[in-house]
Design a protein around this ligand. Structure first.
Ligand SMILES: NC(=O)c1ccc[n+]([C@@H]2O[C@H](COP(=O)([O-])OP(=O)(O)OC[C@H]3O[C@@H](n4cnc5c(N)ncnc54)[C@H](O)[C@@H]3O)[C@@H](O)[C@H]2O)c1
Length: 383
């Protein structure tokens, strides 16, 4: 069967934006999806300028996302977009996702899913009433070595997990920022970011990764958030103690004032028999450590890796499988879900390995409980 590319619209991600460009490259990397339209900016002229620079015709550059959903719905099946990528600041995610679903489109949204927990619950209810699929781009779950770690834990290579340590230090907010730093401006504005900056921006990735790899859920949190740089309204640093569903303990450090750090996400999972360690800045390696023997370096493209790892690996050994490829894995798997739904086929198991609305609800719950815990004298807060 000749594969017809899925057609994608985008909201946000105009020229000068950060993650929209990554989404466009990732979505199109495997030739399963093409960008056909967008409302890339709140300003219609800027949307047209962006759309033209992406090679789109002017009539598919819409003045607003509302107009885009209405006009695209009128187009014939051969032209109409199938899915929309949401890459705006957080406060718009709920409205855009809800409208998209109500107009019959599939949604791939960046995180955090919504501005608050109530919104994501309402979104899940809307989703349940429609035939749309939903994916959330928790990027790090797309790396092949993360999938391998998940597989090995499922195979009981570590035994019972006892401790999980996630460290996510960045330094880009270590100094005061002004309105010219567009990415910082909205992240530090509660009306656009929600009740948290650091935890909603990066802490939630760490929490998702811990649950995704371990297969456990975080049951309780104890948190200490800080607004380090004067004049800010939201946290730029956080320390969270974790308790997991099996009784394992954990720590999640998330910081945007860790001076000099780039995107130094690391995770360690310690079991009774062995431990696993991964670092985002050298993503092709997964280190396995034992109590009484030398450590093992598990590498992408080498040896007997599981089927899911292999299907999420693009390159021969030694070529870095990076951030864009991890994003592209989420897009490719989600595209396979959409194709299966369109053609009434059963999707391959690997296609279902994509963060979804359940992860969206867990993420928003995590953010709300961590902020609540930090503001409270009570030590542990249930998730
Ligand atoms: N998964 C990841 O690793 C990752 C990384 C970075 C950002 N993000 C998330 O992606 C989202 C965007 O972050 P960013 O850093 O790219 O922000 P950004 O400020 O760089 O870009 C936001 C874009 O949204 C556009 N926009 C704003 N209002 C709009 C509207 N009404 N209609 C159309 N477009 C509108 C802006 O013009 C801009 O182009 C956030 O939710 C963020 O949390 C996720």
């Amino acid at each position: 069967m000749t594969m017809v590319k899925l057609k994608m619209g985008m909201v946000g991600g105009g020229q000068g934006a950060f993650i929209g460009a990554v989404h466009r490259i990732a979505a199109q990397l495997d030739n399963q999806i093409e960008l056909v339209c967008g409302a890339f900016n709140q300003n219609p002229d800027d949307t047209i300028a962006s759309g033209l620079s992406f090679g789109l015709p002017k009539n598919r550059c819409y003045a607003s996302y509302k107009e885009m959903f209405i006009e695209e719905q009128k187009l014939p099946d051969t032209e109409r977009m199938d899915l929309v990528a949401i890459v705006t600041p957080n406060h718009l995610h709920y409205d855009i996702a809800t409208l998209a679903i109500e107009h019959g489109f599939h949604v791939i949204s960046d995180k955090p899913a919504t501005l608050n927990l109530n919104q994501v619950i309402a979104l899940s209810e809307t989703l349940a009433k429609h035939n749309s699929l939903y994916a959330l781009t928790h990027t790090y779950s797309g790396y092949p070595m993360i999938k391998e770690a998940k597989h090995r834990i499922k195979q009981d290579e570590l035994g019972e997990i006892r401790k999980i340590v996630v460290n996510y230090p960045q330094g880009w907010l270590s100094q005061p920022t002004d309105e010219n730093n567009k990415q910082a401006a909205w992240r530090l504005n509660p009306e656009m970011a929600g009740i948290s900056c650091c935890i909603a921006d990066i802490g939630v990735h760490g929490a998702h990764l811990a649950e995704y790899i371990s297969g456990l859920t975080i049951s309780h949190v104890c948190a200490d958030l800080t607004t380090t740089v004067a004049g800010r309204y939201l946290d730029d640093d956080g320390t969270v103690m974790l308790r997991f569903s099996n009784g394992a303990k954990g720590v999640l450090l998330a910081s945007q004032i860790a001076t000099g750090e780039e995107n130094n996400l690391t995770i360690s999972l310690y079991g009774e028999k062995a431990s696993l360690h991964w670092s985002q800045e050298s993503p092709n390696s997964l280190i396995k450590k034992y109590p009484n023997q030398s450590s093992e370096i598990i590498r992408t493209g080498v040896g007997n890796l599981c089927a899911i790892t292999q299907s999420n690996t693009r390159l021969p050994a030694g070529h870095p499988e990076g951030y864009i490829e991890a994003f592209a894995n989420i897009y490719l798997n989600f595209a396979q879900q959409i194709h299966a739904l369109k053609h009434q086929l059963v999707p391959p198991t690997s296609a279902l390995d994509v963060p979804d609305i359940k992860d969206a609800i867990r993420g928003m719950t995590f953010i709300e409980r961590v902020v609540q815990a930090s503001e409270s004298d009570q030590k542990w807060h249930k998730i």
